[in-house]
Write a protein that binds this ligand. Structure first.
Ligand code: TPP
Ligand code: SF4
Length: 334
């Protein structure tokens, strides 16, 4: 039994953990950066799955900060797949468990690089074959583990080490790939976006995905203080602004059709979200191009608000756990 003591307090850590009630698949003491959205996302997901899962984890920050061999922070069976084949590995795990008559749920974890780009083919195969797997993409919008290179999830105009702003361009030239629509086009039972800035919404979406037999997909926006350029204690604030500006809409799709969207009662200007991060700081230096890019990014957010019908009515000071009021086929659900 581990015990923390000082002259003033003596705490039985195991007893404390038992009283916490919520399961986390990760032990404390892993090596994520302070304020890492991905570490928080894993905790939120596993609070809903509980311990009866097996994890297939692509190469990336999560794999590295949880498992510096011979140590591991995982409290569930965990398999490190290659960057490119998490979907195939998870499919095989699920088929093997099924053959053994076991109900343990297979959960795949991968970053945006491992999902949008390098592991996309294997993911598409998993979805098309209908494996009973929950696939979770921790979207931190770049290849963080290898030094912040742009991925196809990196937002337009963001600075990464491979999309530097300069005389010829203002950061990344291309648009963020619309992965949720691509996944939904496989007509799987359930696909949704979520954000670590809205914890109960994440938990709820995981519970909903687990209740479904078949492939399900979650894209969780996971701020990365190192790659986005903000302090670690600002991750939730920054994550919220992404949602509240309309740049990262929280939506649900069933069999390819939109069935839920978190309404925004107080839409925030995109510039507020961008200003909070160094990766967009070149957009606030006076230049004709910068103004044009800012307008462009605002137009992208406005477009999301329009197509997903995000504009809510009335005032909700926080829009915080606002996903409690998410619309599901026109009805409220908890
Ligand atoms: C096929 C292959 N290409 C490149 C790499 C190098 N690599 C390891 S982790 C990584 C970045 C991972 O990015 P992402 O999936 O977005 O996860 P993050 O580290 O951001 O959490 C890269 C490029 C690799 N391991 N395998
Ligand atoms: S670099 Fe980013 S994603 Fe990786 S551990 Fe640090 S905060 Fe998390």
């Amino acid at each position: 039994m581990s015990e923390i003591s000082s002259t003033a307090v003596s705490v039985d850590v195991q007893a404390l953990r038992r009283r916490q009630g919520r399961f986390s698949a990760l032990e404390s003491g892993h090596r994520a950066c302070l304020g890492c959205g991905q570490a928080l996302a894993v905790r939120l997901v596993s609070e809903s799955t509980g311990p009866d899962i097996m994890v297939a984890n692509a190469t990336g920050c999560l794999e590295i900060f949880t498992t510096p061999w011979p140590e591991s922070a995982w409290r569930v069976p965990w398999f490190h797949s290659l960057f490119e084949n998490t979907g195939a590995i998870a499919s095989g795990m699920e088929a093997a468990l099924k053959a053994q008559g076991r109900n343990t749920k297979v959960v795949a974890f991968a970053g945006d690089g491992g999902t949008f780009d390098i592991g996309f083919q294997a993911l598409s195969g998993l979805l098309e074959r209908g494996h009973n797997v929950l696939y979770v993409c921790f979207d931190n919008e770049a290849y963080m583990n290898t030094g912040i290179q742009r991925s196809s999830s990196t937002p337009h105009a963001a600075m990464t080490t491979t999309s530097p702003p300069g005389k010829a361009r203002m950061g990344k030239r291309h648009l963020k790939k619309d992965i949720i629509s691509i996944v939904a086009a496989h007509h799987i039972p359930y696909a949704a976006t979520a954000s670590v800035a809205y914890p109960s919404d994440v938990r709820k979406k995981v519970r909903r995905a687990l209740a479904i037999e078949g492939p399900t997909f979650l894209q969780i926006h996971s701020p990365c203080p190192l790659g986005w350029g903000h302090e670690g204690d600002k991750s939730i604030e920054v994550g919220r602004l992404a949602v509240q500006s309309g740049l990262f809409p929280l939506i649900e799709l069933e069999r390819g059709a939109l069935t839920g969207a978190m309404p925004l009662r107080q839409v925030r200007p995109v510039a507020e979200y961008l200003k909070a991060q160094n990766r967009f700081r070149h957009l606030f230096a006076k230049s004709e191009w910068a103004d044009e890019e800012l307008e462009h990014l605002q137009a992208l957010a406005d477009h999301n608000i329009e197509v997903y019908g995000l504009r809510g009515e009335g005032r909700d000071a926080l829009d915080s756990e606002g996903a409690d009021t998410i619309h599901r086929g026109g009805q409220r659900w908890a």
